[in-house]
Design a protein around this ligand. Structure first.
Ligand code: SDX
Length: 425
């Protein structure tokens, strides 16, 4: 193999030859601009709808090998983190790059716990939502509104200010998610209980029958939720993280960035897929109707939600862990009746030419909804749970971008295919 880390391009339109450096397995798109037909020619662009083959940044947070089904946060395999750490430890790892010491973890948890309360006015505009408002719509709106309560968040280049917003967002996400859920049920809000762990407190705010009754979150369920949060914490440059970075690139405050990220996650092709999976399984209704549904998928009339991934062309390692976790949860909650349909659907799809030829495998969303549903969550809350977990990754990626000297405002080019110049009569 040659030592020359360059690409030689011959423009057959002009016969000119160009030498373009290759770094980190990539060429800089801007190096294509020198390839011109004439001096006043703009030069070549790279065209990549959906960013199928475009690196938008350099990042040291998360590594994915889609062919091998590998996922690592700051070098640690997701399987180890799911087994040996907690969500708040992983949040610290994603944001600061190293696992926290015992003292650092205590300080981290104390600071986040101090920020679990929300301003009383947040409850007032939660009440303003319609009784059947989708909790994700409520969360997106509330995240944006938080920027009006913390004007200091605009000081994004001050580390202390960034750290405070990170505490606030990690602390308040479960509270806001629980407010949205309780609003949708017309139940009284439950305040945070700072004596509980992160997921125990979340379950308490969600499921405590009333302010005056005792509620002890099941330890198996709070542990399972903690593992699910670890699995959903980050996933390199996915659609919602791209939104977080893109809005962050204009130096907007982190609450406005998080509102954009949550809005992107809401879509059924992204974080909304967990809700779509359960609705799909309900629509299929029984094991003997799977082949009828798959015929519609083969005809491109329906999607098999929870399958396929832009990066994973193998089994999503998170889906494997979640599938095992489901059995532990079902020991407490009772088996989700939709599980048999999901297992049979997976078994058939994994030997179906349509899916094999396109390398479509179960992704993180295929089984997660079954666990959430068995834990008592309605499908409309599934993506809210995804958002609570992904907040750690969004913040880590947002901060990494702000500190990256190579980054500038996200402003892609286009290929114009509209009308040539014309004038009004
Ligand atoms: C998440 O990016 C991330 O990291 C996201 C995520 C994270 O942690 O942030 O991992 C979370 O979003 C997981 C993905 C959840 N979405 C779904 O489960 C929705 C169903 N999946 C598809 O919409 C699709 O697989 C995507 C959107 C996930 C990926 O789409 P791509 O990479 O753009 O691939 P594509 O749409 O071009 O599909 C290639 C082919 C097409 O068929 P042909 O045109 O070649 O004939 O595969 C087909 C697609 O029609 N296809 C599917 C399918 N997924 C792809 N056909 C049926 N069912 C599916 N699920």
């Amino acid at each position: 193999m040659s030592e020359k880390n360059t690409l030689t391009i011959i423009d057959n339109r002009t016969g000119k030859q160009y030498e373009i450096p290759i770094q980190n397995g990539a060429i800089r798109a801007i190096d294509l601009r020198q390839i011109k037909l004439s001096q006043d020619d703009f030069g070549l662009l790279s065209y990549d709808p959906g960013f199928e083959n475009t690196a938008s940044c350099k990042s040291s947070i998360t590594f994915i090998d889609g062919e091998k089904g590998i996922l690592r946060y700051r070098g640690y395999p997701i399987e180890e983190l799911a087994q040996k750490s907690t969500y708040l430890e992983v949040a610290y790892l994603l944001i600061y790059g190293e696992m926290p010491s015992k003292a650092q973890l205590q300080e981290w948890i104390r600071n986040i716990t101090l920020h679990t309360m929300v301003h009383e006015n947040i409850k007032k505009f939660m009440d303003g939502f319609h009784h059947d408002a989708h909790p994700m719509g409520m969360l997106v709106g509330t995240l944006g509104a938080l920027s009006t309560f913390y004007p200091d968040a605009k000081d994004i280049f001050d580390m202390q200010s960034r750290t405070k917003q990170i505490y606030r967002l990690l602390g308040k996400m479960p509270t806001m998610a629980a407010l949205a859920y309780r609003h949708s049920l017309g139940m009284p809000y439950i305040y945070p209980d700072n004596d509980l762990s992160y997921t125990e407190n979340f379950l308490n705010m969600l499921f405590k029958p009333s302010p005056s009754t005792k509620y002890d979150p099941d330890p198996v369920l709070s542990k399972a939720l903690d593992v699910l949060f670890i699995l959903h914490a980050d996933h390199e440059q996915n659609c919602s993280t791209n939104a977080m970075r893109s809005v962050g690139s204009s130096y907007a405050d982190p609450y406005s960035c998080a509102a954009a990220a949550a809005a992107a996650l809401y879509g059924p092709l992204h974080g909304g897929a967990n809700e779509a999976v359960v609705r799909m399984l309900k629509e299929i209704g029984s094991v003997d109707r799977i082949s009828e549904y798959l015929e519609q998928v083969h005809a491109h009339k329906k999607l098999l939600y929870g399958f396929g991934h832009r990066i994973y062309k193998n089994y999503d390692p998170r889906a494997r862990i979640i599938k095992e976790l489901a059995y532990k949860v079902f020991e407490v909650t009772g088996k989700n009746p939709l599980l048999d349909i999901a297992l049979e659907l997976e078994r058939i799809a994994l030997s179906d030419e349509y899916f094999l030829s396109r390398k479509l495998y179960p992704n993180v969303d295929f089984y997660s909804g079954l666990i959430y549903q068995a834990m008592g969550f309605p499908a409309s809350m599934f993506t809210v749970l995804f958002s609570v977990a992904r907040m750690a990754g969004w913040l880590a990626q947002w901060q990494e971008e702000i500190l990256d000297k190579e980054q500038g405002i996200a402003r892609p080019r286009q290929i114009y295919i509209g009308p040539a110049t014309r004038s009004l009569q």
